[in-house]
Design a protein around this ligand. Structure first.
Ligand SMILES: [Zn+2]
Length: 91
């Protein structure tokens, strides 16, 4: 089969004979060769960062909309569970 990114033939692994290459997500939904896989890995790290930013943003907004009593309660609950507080997140 061919790489979905560079279109080159995916060389089967010499030991396992695996010829399906690597998962090309998030660049596309296909498979990719080992050469392209490092791009995929970088794209994946990047998207992970984006996801984490979204979560941080969501937590911030979520906490900002709560009343003080609920904020206090949530802070204590989060401390109990070792979760980050919005106050501790990088600005
Ligand atoms: Zn490729």
């Amino acid at each position: 089969m061919n790489c979905s990114i560079c279109q080159n033939l995916i060389i089967p692994d010499s030991i396992s004979k695996w010829d399906k290459g690597n998962n090309a997500w998030p660049i596309n939904d296909g498979r990719c060769c080992d050469n392209c896989n490092h791009l995929v890995v970088m794209a994946r790290l990047k998207s992970q960062e984006e996801i984490e930013k979204d979560i941080i943003e969501w937590v911030r907004k979520d906490v900002a909309n709560l009343d003080d009593e609920t904020k206090e309660w949530l802070k204590k609950e989060k401390e109990k569970e070792g979760l980050p507080n919005a106050d501790d997140l990088p600005k």
